[in-house]
Design a protein around this ligand. Structure first.
Ligand code: G
Ligand code: MN
Length: 421
């Protein structure tokens, strides 16, 4: 019967399948709603899920049934759904899912082209739903398995964790002044690896403000306030000094690597920046080749000539220049041609989508090729899963960074992390 609750008996499953279930599911409570008007497809997908160790599978044959299941059934972990259904179109269905079962992760299926699937994924994300991926038809067991693996790997850190974009703190600039005085800005480190060899390629340094008043403040919040209130110069110096200090300490432990520091557009206005950095390098005792400056949003810089001047002088000193979040920021190809970059970092939104979305994959591939044509090192940021790693490796990327390798950690964790690998 359509839409019937199929309680599958785990005990009759062969041992190999059960082992796989542990591998894929890790969470024995995975439940799936399969929505498709084609009975054959429903059965096939259900059987494939069953062979992947999923115990609770519910099916629905049309929009109305789907709505009913979503309203009446206990929370599903995953909804696998066709985009074209009798009685309700796919986008309408996404709204119902968002209303009734926001916790469910989505796998979209369609015989329509990949662009439609991508657009629908975008709609789902805009509604706050987590999209594991989009599958063309016919759906294979391997692709389903990959999606379910993502369910575990990309699970949100913790329920109730503050959402990045919605965190609208009204930060008092005086609090930032005090934070600088009290030394509350801490640098965390996120390693990058050379894909071909697995060697350490360098470390990106990320600022964290551990405020007794606001808690842990992400940089995108306090940097904006610092910029508006003329505190950027001090902040930049603190960030640089600490990052270079970490680099020197690692060198002393026998770990010679480079540190990458993020620079705001505003910081690049100051014509004396190359001198300031040169003095700091000498003072701390780090070679210019061990510093990389990462830049985003170069287009918002009003004074293009100043910026070009500053960046060229930094490069002449031997400092590396990375163009950050490439593909998503405001950087233009013109700037890529003009500024002597050494590294191109492909934005994580493309990297993470590349494994399942052909358009994203082709963007990543083209960014990597472009980097190579211009003699730059191609870096994939936001490598979150094994699949992401394999994908960027297959596309010829040089260096990877992201949660799959390591989340940003305290500076003293670099040596233990390397030892564990
Ligand atoms: O803009 P930039 O690329 O410098 O952003 C760095 C930010 O990206 C840091 O806040 C860091 O915690 C975050 N980050 C690092 N690796 C990953 C990843 O694999 N996935 C996601 N979503 N964020 C990441
Ligand atoms: Mn960066």
């Amino acid at each position: 019967m359509h839409g019937e609750l199929m309680e599958l008996n785990r005990t009759v499953m062969p041992a190999a399948v059960t082992a796989l279930a542990v591998d894929v599911g890790r969470n024995p409570e995975v439940s799936v709603l399969v929505i498709d008007d084609d009975e054959f497809l429903r059965d096939t997908v259900s059987r494939q899920l069953q062979s992947l160790g999923i115990d609770r599978i519910v099916t629905a044959a049309d929009g109305l049934q789907a709505r009913q299941r979503l309203q009446e059934c206990p929370p599903f972990s995953v909804v696998v759904s066709d985009l074209c259904l009798p009685g309700m179109d796919g986008v309408e269905l996404l709204r119902v899912i968002a209303e009734c079962q926001r916790q469910a992760a989505l796998v979209l299926m369609s015989s329509k082209d990949q662009k439609v699937l991508s657009a629908a994924s975008g709609v789902a994300r805009a509604r706050g739903l987590r999209v594991l991926g989009a599958l063309g038809k016919p759906v294979t067991r391997t692709s389903l398995r990959a999606m379910l693996a993502l369910l575990v790997e990309s699970a949100p850190a913790a329920a109730g964790a503050p959402a990045r974009a919605s965190a609208r703190l009204d930060i008092d600039p005086d609090a930032i002044r005090i934070a600088l005085d009290r030394d509350e800005i801490v640098m965390h480190a996120q390693p990058k690896l050379v894909i071909a060899s697995g060697e350490l390629a360098g470390v990106e340094m990320l600022a964290r403000w551990q405020s007794p008043l606001y808690g842990n403040v992400p940089p995108d919040l306090f940097i904006e306030v610092a910029e508006r209130h003329g505190l950027m110069e001090r902040l930049t110096e603190v960030v640089l000094r600490k990052s270079l200090g970490a680099c020197r300490d690692w060198s002393r432990e026998g770990l010679k690597t480079s540190v990458a520091v993020n620079f705001s557009a505003g910081a690049l206005h100051h014509l004396d920046l190359p001198d300031v950095i040169g003095r700091l390098l000498a003072e701390v005792g780090v070679a210019p080749e061990q510093l990389v400056i990462e830049i985003t949003e170069t287009a918002t810089i009003q004074n293009r000539l100043h910026t070009l001047d500053v960046l060229t002088r930094l490069r002449l000193q031997g400092i590396g220049l990375a163009i950050d979040d490439f593909g998503c920021g405001y950087a233009t190809l013109q700037q890529l041609k003009e500024i002597p970059f050494t590294e191109l970092k492909v934005d994580r939104s493309f990297v993470h989508a590349a494994a399942t979305d052909a358009a994203a994959r082709s963007i990543v591939e083209n960014c990597i090729d472009l980097a190579h044509e211009l003699g730059l090192i191609a870096v994939a940021e936001g490598v979150e899963t094994r699949q992401d790693w394999d994908q960027v490796a297959a596309l010829g990327c040089d260096v990877a960074q992201g949660y799959y390798l390591a989340r940003p950690f305290a500076v003293d964790q670099l040596a233990p992390w390397l030892a564990r690998r």
